[in-house]
Design a protein around this ligand. Structure first.
Ligand code: AMP
Length: 286
């Protein structure tokens, strides 16, 4: 695995060694876990070259959020990324990605950011879209791999890639969970012990909704009642949002008529966790 720290070096390295090869790109903020590694492993199967980036992107954190305390362990990340098969490990500096006085950002607007983290974290997706655009331009990947755990991020990036005519396929990968159902996340390491024992209730609440849905309940007011009732069992954390939206355009819905996303964010003392499930509406044809 080659470890590269500068944009110029990365561009030159790819040009000289991987010309005309299929490039897979896995963007991460590091503190790698099985969720990240599942993306890398999928990318390995589908490409000739896999570039994994570790970059804690300052512009996607709002004021008072956890940029400073976000867990970091570069040495462990290198070991894990290499073991998963990464060819190039890219770890640029903030100064290079965001030069002083830089004046270009990628704005996101409309329905896709009008709910969920789009409103709970104003400016978050602008930061995500900006950094991913920069990485797409540096790496020029054929495929880029994102986790369903961040479902709104996937939707925003898919839309952005299409609207900015990036020649890249966005590949969505399933959420990897702990044995108790908690979605793996770098942030889990910042949970206090009592919060960690309650955090699996997030997925349990989502599963309760799925059960009601499978029993034929399609009314989202009712499904949200079930969701909130179960989330209130978390006494060491507060619901930031709990919503049901159309999976494609992320608009709130009254009835589940096509695939719907049930999405939740819970704020613990030092950590905010998100999770979601999809309610799959079978298409019946005559
Ligand atoms: P992060 O480092 O948290 O920004 O995540 C980098 C990428 O890994 C994003 O596309 C995430 O959606 C994905 N990811 C994070 N956690 C998981 C997980 N538990 N399962 C699958 N993918 C994940």
């Amino acid at each position: 695995m080659d470890v590269i720290y500068s944009v110029t070096d990365l561009k030159q390295h790819i040009k000289e060694n991987y010309n005309n090869m299929r490039i897979g790109f896995v963007p991460t903020m590091g503190f790698l876990h099985e969720g990240h590694l599942s993306l890398i492993k999928k990318a390995i199967l589908e490409n000739d070259l896999v570039v994994t980036t570790v970059f804690v992107n300052p512009t996607q954190f709002g004021q008072g959020e956890d940029f400073e305390t976000y867990p970091r362990d570069l040495q462990s990340d290198m070991v894990l990324a290499k073991a998963a098969g990464t060819h190039i490990f890219f770890n640029p500096s903030s100064e290079e990605i965001y030069p002083l006085n830089s004046s270009t950002i990628v704005e996101t607007e409309g329905d896709i950011v009008a709910n969920l983290c789009g409103t709970a974290r104003p400016g978050h997706f602008k930061g995500v879209a900006t950094v991913i655009t920069k990485f797409f331009n540096i790496i020029r990947p054929d495929r880029a791999y994102f986790g369903e755990k961040d479902a709104q991020q996937v939707a925003v990036i898919k839309k952005m890639a299409a609207e900015l005519f990036f020649d890249v396929s966005i590949v969505e990968c399933p959420t990897v969970r702990e044995s108790d159902g908690l979605a793996k996340s770098s942030r889990n390491s910042n949970l206090l012990p009592e919060e960690r024992s309650q955090a699996p209730l997030i997925f349990k609440a989502l599963e309760e909704v799925k059960m009601e849905f499978l029993n034929g309940n399609l009314d989202t007011t009712y499904l949200l009642q079930i969701l909130r009732y179960n989330l209130f069992k978390i006494t060491h954390g507060e619901i930031d949002y709990a919503d049901i939206v159309d999976k494609k355009n992320l608009v709130k819905i009254d009835q589940v008529q096509s695939d719907a996303l049930v999405a939740v964010a819970v704020k613990f003392k030092n950590v905010r966790l998100i999770d979601n499930i999809t309610l799959k509406k079978e298409v019946t044809s005559c």
